[in-house]
Design a protein around this ligand. Sequence first.
Ligand code: PEP
Length: 250
Amino acid sequence: MSRQYYIAGNWKMHMTRAESASLAKAMVEQLKDGKHKYLVAPSFTGIETVGAIVKGTNIRLGAQNCASEEQGAHTGEVSVLQLKDLGVQTIILGHSERRHVYKEDDALINKKVKLALKHGFEVILCIGELLEEREAGKVEAVCETQTVKGLEGVTAAELANVVIAYEPVWAIGTGKTATPEDADAAQAFTRKVIAKLYGQDAAEKIIIQYGGSVKPDNAAQLMAKENIDGALVGGASLKPESFIPIAKFA
Ligand code: PEP
């Protein structure tokens, strides 16, 4: 497999600037000989601080969301132009908390995906089923719909800047991890969806991360699977002692 492993930390709504700086410094120090691709996505308020620390290192700077409009009267939103100004390289979109807590639908997520790609960002598009959808046998249907609708209007050239994160909602922040086999099956299916949309070559190149209670003791088994090209890590990304072993999994 020629795809590079990509390990990303999503810090969600955690940490002050001082706490963010301390964690980012530990990551830079301990990952400087890391062999994979890395990303850190702090809260908006921590981006400038963390950006100054990871600049010029092997850790990319991410944001956890962006507005669907470029600028204007959108109280409380953050624009792609502002993120670009801070040096952000990657934007996580369609995270399950955005979909299910903040009620973002596929059309809104697609608008954000297209806007972020137009401005040259890498996008991590999150997809994944709820527990009731898994129990109803709808894993593939959900992955297909969220992938197809999330990428509507995205060109083949733009797809080179897209990463998909398969994150079964029932596994996020719950301590329940999908088995490597179940995650691999959903991700193999998603890769087939990409093949249908963009061709086999694009499907083989696209990075598909797994997310959902990834920990140091399950990271290697998950990423040993053919279709799991990395991890999007929430809880375990908040401490160097749990994130670094995941990021340096062997
Ligand atoms: C996430 O929020 O993307 C996530 C995977 O969280 P956790 O690792 O805590 O399950």
